[in-house]
Design a protein around this ligand. Structure first.
Ligand SMILES: Cc1cc2nc3c(=O)[nH]c(=O)nc-3n(C[C@H](O)[C@H](O)[C@H](O)COP(=O)(O)OP(=O)(O)OC[C@H]3O[C@@H](n4cnc5c(N)ncnc54)[C@H](O)[C@@H]3O)c2cc1C
Length: 366
């Protein structure tokens, strides 16, 4: 098989290669059979597509669907698992609050997003973004595999489970040794004594998910009231699903090869106690994936990227959506924000008659 090559701005592509005709992974598969894949730096950069979306969670995929449906050439970059935290944290949970898809399995919901993204020909590359740069002509996404230029970029990198930073946490999180962030596989908890730490929806969901599976559940919360959905909290109390330990924090997780014990501390009395546990679910919040945007000089507000009501960031041409940009952490919000960003990116790039060009916000005015 012969593959003709020509040099583009950064990467060697086969002749007639269109970003939308072949995924990067498919292209590499073909080309690596015949050639060593080269990346070269050429000064005048060429456009890869109209819109680059970083992250294929529900926000990124939703945005890509709307933007590609409108006719933009869209490339989505995913450095982990397609579907973001829905896939990594709760693929087997029944999602009950996404309108139009009642009681749908997390994984199934993501499958539907992917099917729809493929239908509208949004391309998804399995590459981790390591940097984003801006020059006079383009916005450049740099991944572990190459560089790609776009007219506009949507940041949808979401968040990851926060760490408590206590002894034992990292040791037992590795290789299935007893510490998790959510119930990815209920079978692992069958007949076990489980410690659930946290007071929000994730911790409350975990207790419901473990009820009648685990032998015993402890629910430890540093406050004396839960933040999670009241109806679900009430059910835990009424059905005696867990031993609730208020006003306590976890100081240490102990064990030889696997988790065996947790040290709890009463934050009012400083009294410590040890409980025997086989598994622990740390549902102690989320940290946003902001690190790769440091060079871009994007404005942040606490752990979130600062955006205006149109999802524009402080960097012209760059939008941010979903969990990285909002504290309303819901699938429907991430998707809606993605649709807004797609609409605005389309207007900015194609300049249709109905689009009212506005100055990019300075952020003092937001
Ligand atoms: C346990 C739990 C249960 C929940 N249950 C519900 C529920 O029932 N209903 C509901 O509406 N909401 C629920 N939520 C909230 C909802 O899941 C989130 O609000 C939503 O998934 C956020 O989507 P996102 O696209 O912004 O981010 P994410 O889903 O976090 O996706 C971000 C993606 O970006 C990728 N990424 C990050 N960095 C890079 C990089 N450098 N390069 C390339 N890719 C990168 C990640 O791998 C990931 O795939 C729940 C959240 C949790 C934690």
């Amino acid at each position: 098989m012969t593959v003709k090559l020509y040099l583009s701005s950064k990467t060697i592509y086969p002749k007639n290669y269109q970003p939308n005709s072949l995924t990067y992974a498919q292209f590499k598969k073909v080309i690596s059979k015949k050639f060593v894949f080269l990346t070269v730096n050429m000064p005048d950069a060429e456009l890869t597509g109209d819109l680059g979306v970083i992250g294929a969670g529900v926000g990124g995929l939703g945005c890509a669907i709307i933007a590609a449906y409108k006719g933009l050439k869209v490339v989505v970059f995913e450095g982990g698992r397609m579907g973001g935290i829905v896939t990594t944290l709760y693929a087997r949970k029944i999602v009950e609050n996404y309108p139009g898809a009642p009681s749908i399995l997390g994984k199934r919901l993501i499958d539907e997003f992917i099917i729809q993204a493929e239908e509208v020909q949004a391309r998804i590359l399995n590459e981790r973004v390591v940097n984003v740069k801006q020059n006079e002509k383009f916005l450049t996404i740099v991944t572990n595999e190459g560089s790609y230029n776009f007219r506009s970029i949507v940041i949808a990198t979401g968040s990851r489970p926060a760490e408590l930073g206590i002894p034992g946490e990292r040791k037992f999180r590795l290789k299935d040794r007893g510490v998790y962030n959510f119930i990815t596989d209920p079978d692992k908890f069958k007949g076990k004594e489980v410690l659930v730490v946290g007071g929000g929806d994730t911790a409350i969901d975990a207790v419901h998910g473990l009820h009648r599976i685990a032998k015993k559940i402890y629910l430890v919360h540093r406050k004396n009231k839960f933040r999670g959905a009241e109806t679900k909290v009430n059910l835990i109390v009424e059905d005696n699903m867990a031993e609730i330990i208020y006003n306590h924090v976890v100081d240490e997780l102990k064990g030889e090869k696997e988790l065996e014990e947790a040290v709890l501390e009463n934050i009012e009395t400083n009294m410590r106690r040890e409980i025997k546990v086989d598994k622990c679910i740390l549902a102690v919040g989320m940290t946003t994936n902001l690190e790769i945007f440091e060079d871009l000089g994007i404005l942040t507000e606490g752990k979130y990227i600062k955006v205006d009501k149109e999802m524009r960031t402080s960097v012209p041409g760059v939008f941010a959506i979903g969990d990285i940009a909002t504290q309303y952490q819901l699938i429907v919000i991430a998707v809606a924000q993605g649709a807004k960003a797609a609409h605005n990116a389309f207007g900015m790039i194609r300049k249709p008659y109905w689009y009212k060009e506005e100055e990019w916000p300075t952020f003092e005015s937001c």
